[in-house]
Design a protein around this ligand. Structure first.
Ligand code: PLP
Length: 508
């Protein structure tokens, strides 16, 4: 048996005899780890019904093990979290909230839902946690609905003197519907790193709200709070949304709340990307959104390292509206995912998680420094969180799309992203976003980050813009010599070989 340190715990895995390692022969069942036995048995059951699904599941593990995953929004959940999701909780309807369901027979769902909510409240120091949202976008919809219910619907019902919306006359209802459609939202612009759900036209939030954006100071790339304050004073939004998908610096939520209070707006923070850094106490004081915002939404699967899903934290004033997220904007809760959220949140409450969160940031900094030392230009000149944005247009003469494809050819998975005032627009972009939560889970540290910076720089230096079929310059096509892609893929695989992913799982 071998003791292998991995992100979630030290696991004991059987030592494979050298011949088994070479030929990938299955180990005898007595010597398999508990996880291997469990997954092999589970896959056998799936294989008996639809072998192609079992095969794809096995192939996905193989691919994830081989990839140098630098997608800032992805991670690797623990086997305990993954296993908590694959069971009969999936069969249960549980509309309503703990102890107040529209369906009978929910006592076990109540157990996992309250465990998840209690862990979330303790972890984030929140007054209330709602763990039913199926994703980050759903969590944001719950927040919008709750704020509208609190600030538009409730005052109308009170003024008219009725208890429920169904008791309104046709004309009062028409007036209320018009009022719903007449509300304003102020969110971070997409090219500064904001998210589509923060009031942008293609998303439902842009259709619900009249939206204005705030952005960054062109000279520093940093959030411009005074410009934001001026816009808020003039625009007077109902909601100010803070939070981002691609901003590499800290946000001062105390200042954001001050601005929101000044204009009587509700401060909503979408911490989907950096929830793990809040949970791990890397972001504290002014940089922890929970004590400052009336409502905080998040995903559970990014830096927080749980199952795919969402969550809403709020103060007492919004608790009742938030708890009605299902069925007002959400479908029935997913009890199997809430079970997995409870497991992942219990993991995030352990002291090791703080160490993990700090290493995410240390790694992002090491990667950023490694890139800058090699001549890359980074938006804002570095990072304070888990992500970095490389301006590949000015550093390497490539679009984001070309850079993303050249890196993928070389076994490095990233995604393209717009940068402030992006000359290549939101589709081709000029940026590449890279993040460290996943590789930090695998155990890579600062020395490996420097090596990865060297690999990225080598690929982007060697890659060139390609041409269309008719020979015109193309923003989509790239040219990269196959021997460079092969060399970098090999070096990436060698690097990852020292940091096995799910070392306790051997599918044979
Ligand atoms: N909010 C932010 C800030 C995000 O970055 C994302 C996804 O990347 C979401 C919300 C949406 O999360 P989901 O894909 O779980 O709906």
């Amino acid at each position: 048996m071998n003791e292998v340190p991995c992100a979630w715990a030290t696991v004991t895995v059987p030592t494979r005899p050298p011949e088994a390692r070479m030929t990938q022969q299955p180990l005898s069942s007595e010597s398999l780890s508990r996880e291997s036995t469990a997954y092999r048995a589970a896959l056998d059951v799936v294989r008996a019904v639809e072998p192609r699904v079992a095969e794809a599941i096995g192939q996905e593990l193989h691919d994830q093990r081989e990839m140098l995953k630098l997608i800032a929004s992805e991670n690797y959940a623990s086997p305990a979290t993954l296993l908590a999701m694959g069971n009969w909780f999936s069969d249960k309807y549980a509309e309503g909230t703990v102890g107040r369901r529209f369906y009978a027979g929910c006592r076990n769902v109540d157990t996992v839902e309250s465990l998840a909510a209690d862990h979330a409240k303790e972890l984030f120091g929140a007054r209330h946690a709602y763990v039913q949202p199926h994703s980050g976008i759903d969590a944001n919809l719950v927040a919008f609905w709750a704020i509208l219910a609190q600030r538009v619907e409730a005052p109308t019902l009170e003024r008219v003197g009725v208890r429920q919306i169904n008791d309104l006359s046709e004309s009062d209802w028409a007036e209320l519907r018009a009022a719903f459609g007449n509300q304003r939202m102020l969110g971070m612009s997409l090219d500064a790193g904001g998210h589509l759900t923060h009031g942008f036209r293609p998303n439902i939030s842009g259709k619900m709200f009249e939206q204005r954006s705030y952005g960054t100071d062109p000279a520093t790339g940093l959030l411009d709070y005074e410009a934001l304050r001026a816009t808020a004073r003039e625009f007077r939004p109902l909601i100010i949304v803070a939070g981002y998908s691609a901003y590499p610096r800290l946000v001062n939520f105390r200042v954001m709340r001050e601005i929101a209070d000044e204009v009587d707006a509700t401060l909503m923070v979408d911490m989907a990307h950096f929830a793990g850094l809040v949970a791990g106490k890397v972001l504290t004081g002014d940089f922890d959104p929970v004590p400052h915002a009336q409502i905080v939404t998040t995903t559970t699967h990014k830096s927080l390292r749980g199952p795919r899903g969402g969550m809403v934290l709020c103060d007492d004033s919004l608790r009742d509206q938030v708890d009605r997220g299902c069925p007002m904007v959400l479908g029935g809760p997913l009890p199997h995912v809430m079970a997995a959220k409870a497991v992942a949140l219990a993991e995030a409450r352990r002291p090791e998680f703080r160490d993990y969160a700090q290493r995410i940031v240390d790694n992002a900094r090491a990667l950023a420094e490694g890139l800058m030392r090699r001549g890359a230009t980074l938006v804002t000149g570095g990072t304070d969180n888990h992500l970095t944005l490389i301006d590949v247009a000015s550093s390497y003469g490539l679009t984001g799309r070309q850079a993303e494809a050249a890196l993928l050819d070389s076994g490095i998975v990233t995604n393209r992203n717009a940068i402030p005032s992006d000359p290549n627009g939101a589709w081709y972009t000029s940026g590449i976003r890279i993040g460290t939560p996943a590789l930090t889970t695998r155990g890579l540290g600062a020395a490996e980050m420097d090596e990865i910076a060297a690999l990225i720089d080598r690929v982007l230096t060697a890659a060139e813009p390609g041409t269309t079929a008719k020979g015109a310059p193309s923003k989509a096509q790239h040219v990269l010599e196959p021997k460079v892609a092969e060399e970098i893929s090999r070096r990436a695989a060698d690097l990852l070989a020292g940091f096995p992913l799910y070392p306790s799982i051997d599918l044979g």
